[in-house]
Design a protein around this ligand. Sequence first.
Ligand SMILES: NC(=O)c1ccc[n+]([C@@H]2O[C@H](COP(=O)([O-])OP(=O)(O)OC[C@H]3O[C@@H](n4cnc5c(N)ncnc54)[C@H](O)[C@@H]3O)[C@@H](O)[C@H]2O)c1
Length: 315
Amino acid sequence: MKRILVTGGAGFIGSHICEKLLDEGNEVICLDNFFTGSKRNIIHLMDNPYFELVRHDIIVPYFAEVDEIYNFACPASPIHYQFNPIKTLKTSLMGSINMLGLAKRVKAKIMQASTSEVYGNPIIHPQTEDYWGNVNPIGPRSCYDEGKRAAETVFFDYHRQNGVKIKVIRIFNTYGPRMNANDGRVVSNFIVQALQNQPITIYGDGSQTRSFQYIDDLLNGVFSMMKTPNDFTGPVNIGNPYEFSIKQLAEKIIDMTNSKSKITYLDLPQDDPLQRKPNISLAKEKLNWTPKIHLEEGLKITIEYFDKLLKNNKL
Ligand SMILES: NC(=O)c1ccc[n+]([C@@H]2O[C@H](COP(=O)([O-])OP(=O)(O)OC[C@H]3O[C@@H](n4cnc5c(N)ncnc54)[C@H](O)[C@@H]3O)[C@@H](O)[C@H]2O)c1
């Protein structure tokens, strides 16, 4: 049995990680400041004696004897990471330094949840890990993008300077049950709007493309990465290369929910990337990983999740 620390463990992705790690017989410490996470995401784990919930902010050092750390704490959607951009930057950078300091002290293996946002508004398609990105350093998204880039930097510096065992994954858009319905992310937005027969809001003309992976595919990538030999640090892209336009997504969700919603178009926010698609050759080669869940299959489960929340007045 390993003792594993999951930062951001009450969030969308973190809660699934906690659940899987417990299922595999590990002891889990879930650390969260509940900025965007919620107890509802982990309430079903609370009775498990091997699950410990700690209210803590990772910009403050934390100490525990652990074997592995999954560093997933950070608001992930523009509404939330722009609410207090300085705090976002602190969470990414100071939080990573604190967790790396802990990893160094207790010789734990540590994974960083990096992001496709490190590629910014990419000039190269699809994005490979050796592309350095096209990021605006002073824009409204920079607190997140540059924070995650700086976090990657300290991960690699701790690895080179102190021999810390690191695993860096660059996560592309992910969706599934336990996404926060109020954070403006496109899949949850569209589903909730469609289920309530409200207008579906598209920013821009809807021709911008995205690729989304279902949470279970991401989890397989996360755990495969953690198991790779120590000399493989990443960064490695974990995402679904299947690409479609935002308009196509809206139409599919309207269709799948039998909704009466109409599409309305709003202005595109500043620095919104027009296209984003992962090249996953490295993940295929090193992790023997490819995404398996089709968009419709994942959307069906996610629609059911939000439908249940709406029917129980729990949104
Ligand atoms: N969801 C995606 O599509 C996606 C894509 C790329 C990268 N990521 C990364 O994955 C991680 C998890 O994302 P998510 O989608 O689950 O978001 P989320 O907002 O649901 O989860 C983030 C969690 O971190 C917690 N948190 C935030 N700041 C904290 C702090 N200073 N101290 C302690 N806890 C803190 C929040 O309360 C929340 O529980 C993030 O690091 C995010 O950047 C997510």
